[in-house]
Unconditional design. Structure first.
Length: 164
C-alpha cells in the first residue's frame, strides 16, 4: 500500500526542502528536457512518454514552485510554453552532478555512448568538486551541518532540523 508522501516543505534542511520541489524523477527529467530546448506540453509528453495527467501535475507543481513560468506560444494562439526561470536554470548544477555520478556508477565500462560536454569547446565538463571558501577541495567526509549564529531576534531549535 502506498502512503502519502511526507511534506518536507517546513523541514530545517536544504536537502529536504529541495526534494520537496524537485524530488521525484519525473520533475528532474522534465527540467533536463527543458535544458535540451523542450517547452511545449506535447513535446515533453512525446519525449518522456509520460501519462498526460502525471505530466500535467508535475508541470503545475514546477510552475507553482517557480521552476518554470508559463508564456504564450508565439507560434500558436492556442498553446503556451513552459520556460525555465532563473531559479530553474540554477538546477543545471544538480543535473551535471547527477550526470557525473550516474555516468561513473550506473554503467558498465564502455556502455555509456554519450558524454556531457561544454557547448563552446566541445570538451567534457570537468568533474564538479566542492570547494571551501579558501578554494580547498572538500571531500566526502570534510563537511558538516552546524547552527548558524543567530541574529538578536532569531529563535533556533535546540537541535539541527529534523531530517538533516
Amino acid at each position: 500500500m502506498k502512503g502519502k508522501r511526507a511534506d518536507l516543505g517546513q523541514a530545517n534542511c536544504g536537502i529536504a526542502r529541495a526534494l520537496q520541489i524537485i524530488g521525484d524523477w519525473w520533475s528532474l527529467l522534465i527540467v533536463r528536457d527543458a535544458f535540451k530546448g523542450t517547452q511545449r506540453f506535447g513535446e515533453f509528453q512525446r519525449n518522456l512518454k509520460l501519462a498526460k495527467n502525471i505530466l500535467s501535475s508535475r508541470l503545475k507543481k514546477l510552475v507553482d514552485d517557480g521552476i518554470f513560468v508559463i508564456q504564450p506560444d508565439p507560434n500558436s494562439a492556442l498553446s503556451h510554453r513552459y520556460v525555465l526561470t532563473p531559479k530553474g536554470e540554477q538546477l543545471h548544477v544538480v543535473l551535471i552532478a547527477l550526470w557525473q555520478w550516474g555516468a561513473e556508477f550506473s554503467f558498465e565500462p564502455g556502455e555509456l555512448g554519450i558524454e556531457m560536454v561544454d557547448k563552446l569547446e566541445g570538451q567534457p565538463i570537468a568533474r564538479l568538486k566542492p570547494l571551501s571558501q579558501e578554494g580547498a577541495h572538500i571531500g566526502p567526509r570534510d563537511f558538516q551541518l552546524v547552527l548558524k549564529r543567530p541574529a538578536v531576534d532569531d529563535h533556533f531549535p535546540d537541535e539541527i532540523g529534523r531530517g538533516c
